[in-house]
Design a protein around this ligand. Structure first.
Ligand SMILES: [Zn+2]
Length: 204
C-alpha cells in the first residue's frame, strides 16, 4: 500500500525491491514525499517491503529477538542519498539516458557492503541472521538494483503512462504491456477519461 501525502492510498507494486524505496521521497520537487526521517522509519519500510518477514525489532513469525535490524541515524541519511541516486538512475533508464557517474558511485558503494544474510533454523524455517544493519539493508537494495539494470527485465523499466504521475516500475508480466503504476489509480482514471471521450465523440 502506498500512502500519498494528499491522504489517498492505493496498491502499488513496482515489481522490484529497489524500486520500492523510491516512493519514500526523492530529489528536488519530490522532497515533499519524504518519509525517512529516523531509524524507525527505515525499519518500517523494510518490514513493509517485499523482503521476507522478520527484519524488524523483535522479529517476525518464527524469528528470535536476535534478528532485529539495527539502523543508525547516519544510515537513514545514506538511505536518502541512495534513494535519490536510484530515482535518477531508474528515470534515466526508463528514458534511455546513460547513468550519471556520481549516482553510479553512490549505488556501487552501497552494494560493496556486506548484504543482509538469511539463514536456516533447526526447525527448517528461514530467518535473518543476527547483526543486520542499515548498511546491510542498503547493500541488499543496491544489489537488487544492479540485478534489475542488468537482468532479463532491464528493458521493461518504465514510468507510469499517466500525465503528472512519476511512479516507476518494472513490468514483469508475461505480455509486457503494463502502462500504469496501479490500475486502482492511474489505470482507472485513464479508463474513465477514455470512456468520457468516447461519449463526447458519440454526441458530436
Ligand atoms: Zn500512475
Amino acid at each position: 500500500m502506498l500512502r500519498h501525502p494528499d491522504g489517498s492510498s492505493f496498491r502499488f507494486d513496482p515489481g522490484a525491491l529497489c524500486l520500492e524505496l523510491l516512493p519514500t521521497g526523492g530529489p528536488g520537487p519530490l522532497a515533499y514525499l519524504e518519509a525517512l526521517y529516523e531509524p524507525a522509519d527505515l525499519v518500517r519500510w523494510a518490514e513493509e517491503s517485499r523482503l521476507p518477514d522478520g527484519l524488524g525489532p523483535g522479529g517476525g513469525p518464527g524469528s528470535g529477538p536476535g534478528s532485529a535490524l539495527v539502523v543508525s541515524a547516519g544510515e537513514v541519511a545514506d538511505a536518502r542519498v541512495l534513494r535519490d541516486a536510484l530515482w535518477r538512475l531508474v528515470e534515466g533508464r526508463a528514458e534511455g539516458a546513460p547513468p550519471g557517474p556520481d549516482d553510479l558511485v553512490t549505488l556501487n558503494d552501497a552494494a560493496a557492503h556486506p548484504p543482509l544474510v538469511a539463514r536456516l533454523t533447526a526447525g527448517g524455517d528461514r530467518e535473518w541472521a543476527p547483526g543486520g544493519t542499515g548498511a546491510g539493508l542498503l547493500s541488499t537494495v543496491a544489489r537488487d538494483a544492479v540485478e534489475l539494470f542488468t537482468g532479463a527485465f532491464a528493458h521493461r523499466i518504465r514510468a507510469c503512462g499517466a500525465d503528472g504521475c512519476r511512479l516507476l516500475f518494472v513490468d514483469t508480466s508475461r505480455p509486457g504491456r503494463r502502462r500504469w503504476c496501479s490500475m486502482e489509480r492511474c489505470g482507472n482514471r485513464h479508463k474513465v477519461r477514455a470512456h468520457r471521450a468516447r461519449l463526447t465523440a458519440a454526441d458530436e
